[in-house]
Design a protein around this ligand. Structure first.
Ligand code: 5AD
Length: 343
């Protein structure tokens, strides 16, 4: 689809319900044509909630002393991966705060153990790490990396996401490195950040296409009371983007039109805010992936990026109701030029 910036902006500003039906059905048809009817399930393990960063939006920020911090041991992580394999998932996602205590060699060992034990594709989402560490994990068998750039607006990004000493100014600098190392690369944004204008969301969407992202995660910003953005009274941008359902769905649908063969989840934040029906609507408006949370108690509740974070049940019912089926295998990016055979 030949969407240019004015067209993307036009859709983001669209209020007419009838016109929006056109957007939803364009996105759904594009999803079907390029990635089919399978919904790929990724087992999510939140392996540590320690974080050295101080992002203004995130409940796990270092300064939030109300968080009870944990780091899973290798056995617990490997058991979680087995759980994912037993449920028939093709992928496990190891996610954490930016935790220097997750020593690079140790993570490499865990990745190798999961690969040997389960054969699952391993996706890492461990924040900004050095090229050497990312390369080590790749050679240990990690296949994918998720690192949302959150917003492409450089000023808003620098404000919300203070740089780490010696680290990149913007996460977008790391994405080409991940690609070069041979990872499938995922990124994404939050919608409705205080100070986020509609033009910057159009730029975010166009950047998804420019970066040729393999995976794109989009969710609403949810204020966390333990953060500086806990009350939604921060300075609004001109044409401030709201974290409402219609806006988030527009971003999901446009992401599908701009990156037709990407893997796009109906995210946990969407399901938290708008329940199983919200998740269903995202799956009907471009999304083709769900990441069920397999983090065992008590850790799951302690991984509170934003309040109320939950993974609603009933996914099987939803899939059946909308004529979709669980994906078989790892569900990687189906490069358009590669001939595809259905299982
Ligand atoms: N509301 C919604 N999403 C959030 N994230 C972090 N904090 C919040 C929040 N307050 C998202 C970010 C991050 C992902 C793991 O969770 O996009 O990349």
């Amino acid at each position: 689809m030949n969407l240019d910036r004015p067209a993307v902006l036009g859709w983001l500003r669209e209020r007419d319900a009838g016109r929006l039906e056109t957007l939803w059905s364009l996105a759904d048809r594009t999803r079907r044509r390029h990635v089919g009817d399978e919904i790929h399930l990724r087992g999510l393990l939140e392996i540590s909630n320690h974080c050295r960063r101080s992002c203004l939006y995130c409940g796990l920020r270092a300064a939030n002393t109300a968080v009870q911090r944990y780091r899973m041991d290798a056995q617990t992580i490997i058991a979680g991966a087995r759980d994912a394999a037993e449920r028939g998932y093709g992928t496990v996602v190891l996610q954490a705060g930016e935790d220097p205590g997750l020593e690079a060699g140790w993570i490499a060992g865990v990745v190798r153990a999961i690969r040997a034990d389960t054969g699952l594709v391993v996706t890492l989402s461990l924040g900004e790490r050095s090229r050497e560490e990312l390369a080590l994990w790749r050679s240990a068998g990690a296949g994918r990396y998720l690192l949302r750039f959150e917003t492409s607006d450089p000023r808003l990004y620098a404000h919300l996401h203070p740089a780490a000493p010696g680290g990149p100014r913007h996460r977008t600098e790391l994405l080409p490195i991940l690609r070069e190392l041979g990872y499938e690369v995922g990124s994404g944004i939050m919608v409705g950040l205080p100070g986020q204008g509609i033009e910057s969301v159009a730029d975010d969407l166009l950047l998804f296409r420019e970066l040729d992202l393999d995976m794109i995660g989009v969710g609403p910003f949810v204020p966390h009371p333990g953060t500086p953005l806990g009350a939604l009274d921060a300075v609004a941008a001109e044409e401030q983007v709201e974290p409402d359902e219609e806006t988030v769905m527009k971003v999901v649908a446009l992401a599908r039109l701009l990156r037709p063969d990407a893997n796009i989840p109906a995210t946990t934040a969407v399901a938290t805010c708008w329940g199983p029906r919200g998740r269903e609507r995202a799956l009907l408006r471009g999304a083709n992936v769900v990441m069920p949370d397999l983090t065992p108690p008590p850790y799951r509740a302690q991984y509170e990026i934003y309040p109320g974070k939950t993974c609603p049940p009933g996914l099987e019912l939803t899939m059946t109701a909308i004529g979709r089926r669980p994906g078989i295998g790892p569900g990687g990016r189906r490069r358009e030029e590669v001939p595809w055979s259905r299982p």
